[in-house]
Structures are given as C-alpha cells and as structure tokens.
Write a protein that binds this ligand. Sequence first.
Ligand SMILES: C[S@@+](CC[C@H](N)C(=O)[O-])C[C@H]1O[C@@H](n2cnc3c(N)ncnc32)[C@H](O)[C@@H]1O
Length: 217
Amino acid sequence: MELYGDPREKKGSQSNLCKDVAAMIGSNNILDVGCGMGHLIPFIEGRTYFGWDYSPKMLEKLLEFFPETPVIQGDATLPYDEFKSELEHYVLRPIETVVSVSLFIHLPTIDDVKATLRNMWNTATREIVFGVETMGDSVLTRGSGLNIRNISVDHILSILQGEGRDELGIPRDRISFLHQQMTYKQQTVIHPNKSSPMAMTPPQLFQRTTLFHVRKD
Ligand SMILES: C[S@@+](CC[C@H](N)C(=O)[O-])C[C@H]1O[C@@H](n2cnc3c(N)ncnc32)[C@H](O)[C@@H]1O
C-alpha cells in the first residue's frame, strides 16, 4: 500500500482531497472507512472520529501520528451484519457520518465497492461522503502490481439510485457531487532513433476524483 507522507503537515494531494471532504461533512460524529494513516484527521479536529482500516500497518502509522485515536481493524467489504457487529463492538452510539477517501480505488471488484457503499449507507444516520476516481470504468495495474480502479460517475449514480439487490435506491435529490481539482502531468515522448532528446506533449489529464455527498433524508 502506498504511503502519502505525514498527515499532520496537511500537505500534498491526499491532504488536499481530505480538506475538501472535511468541508462536506455536516456532523460531529464520523467513521472513516479505509482511514489509512489518518489524512482526514487534521481537518476535523474537535469532532468525534473513528478510523476503520484492514491494514494493521496503516493503523499503526495512524496511531504514531495521532495517538489515542479510536481505530478498528476490519474489512469494509464484509456482509453488513458482520460489519455492524464489528463496529458495535467498539462504537456504542450511532455514527452520523460515514466517510471514505481513496478506498474504492484499491478494492478488487465492483461487488466490493457495492458492499462497502451498502455498509456505509446502512451505518450512517445522517450522510455518507466519499471520494472516488472517476476517469471512466477501468482498472489499471501499476508497475508495482497495485490496482487503480476508476468508476464512472454514471456507474456510481446507478449503484446509489438503482433498485436492484446490490443497489441502494436513493432518490437523486439526496445526492450531490463535485469534481476535485484535476491533476495534470507532463507526458514525455521519447524518440528512440534520435539522439536529440524528447518532445513534450501538452499536459494530460490523468486523474479526476469526484467527491459524493449523500443525505439520508
Ligand atoms: C489510498 S489509502 C487512503 C487512506 C485515507 N483514506 C486517505 O485518504 O489518506 C486506502 C486505504 O484503504 C485501506 N483498505 C483497502 N482495502 C480495504 C478494505 N477492504 N477494508 C478496509 N480498508 C481497506 C488500505 O489499507 C488503505 O489504508
């Protein structure tokens, strides 16, 4: 799993994303699913926070940065009954907001995304807020073997609004979303037969994160 630097510094793209996510949260009682090292925490100071992640290494890092934070080690894709009983083991009162930032990007299947969304939706009493990479529907495998999943906005909307068994049946007027600033990267073209080096293409869009906010009522 990639590490994104010290979250307390509030620097870098992950912190930028978390800052925007924090601005969308409308409660003081938050469960952060796939919390990683806690990049959201500095932006929600003073509110009740629980982190949930399946990686002990990530939770260890989080606790180094933010000691005493309540964290739960578990799989976000569990069937809801198991997710709920795991959560209730640690959290006694209802959770108002369930958040997830850059978790879906690493989930192996779209069914895992649906299961996680269902867990988030069934857990939250007020709202869910989540960030997802939305450059089409695709899974790219990086050189490191890490999978990067993109899910189109239409596909997310169909999971949220659809009435099927794995969908959530949420009315459209409870759903809003915005695109996080687009990130551009210079692409380099190498001409193998020329000693003279390279031509630069215009900057290319390579990532777009869409932040969704869904109200319970
Ligand atoms: C890219 S990191 C994002 C961390 C954090 N939300 C942030 O914005 O910096 C994704 C996190 O999701 C966790 N994760 C991946 N699959 C998971 C699963 N099935 N259940 C719970 N956590 C998971 C990883 O361990 C990792 O910490």
